[in-house]
Design a protein around this ligand. Structure first.
Ligand code: AMP
Ligand code: ZN
Length: 130
């Protein structure tokens, strides 16, 4: 499969590796949003988090936690965890990955444009979700 993250996981392509175990790998994003922006990636190819079988996902969360412990200890206790799922949501690489973006203060990122939830919108979306 011509997947860049599969290639990184197999060490066919260089990455700035910060963590590895049997099921996952974590390396620096080459276009960082902040200093120490890390990508946490399962070694097995799945497109989305919801595709990962429950047992594997549980194990991956333990690995993710180890990476978070490293970030907290070495970089910052403040960070954003982001998973872009699907093209419209900004997923460019179709191999599931979790962004860990350390925050130090003053970063001009994540300027989300929100709106106030109305009663009507809430009722409508709840009807769909329940
Ligand atoms: P996404 O838009 O959520 O799919 O994120 C893909 C991320 O992968 C982007 O932030 C890219 O900067 C990053 N990226 C792409 N190629 C590489 C690579 N070879 N090594 C490290 N990060 C990469
Ligand atoms: Zn892949």
């Amino acid at each position: 499969m011509n997947c860049i993250f599969c290639k990184i996981a197999k060490k066919e392509i260089k990455s700035y590796l910060i963590y590895e175990d049997d099921i996952s790998i974590a390396f620096l994003d080459i276009n960082p949003l902040s200093r120490g922006h890390i990508l946490f990636v399962p070694k097995k190819h799945y497109k989305t988090l919801s595709e990962i079988p429950d047992g594997e996902l549980a194990e991956l969360m333990k690995s993710l936690k180890r990476v978070l412990n490293i970030v907290e200890e070495k970089l910052s206790k403040n960070y954003n965890i982001i998973n872009n799922c699907g093209k419209i949501a900004g997923q460019e690489i179709e191999h599931v990955h979790i962004h860990i973006v350390p925050r130090y203060g003053g970063e001009e990122i994540f300027l989300w444009k929100t709106h106030k939830l109305t009663e009507e919108e809430a009722e409508d979306i709840l009807k769909r979700l329940k």
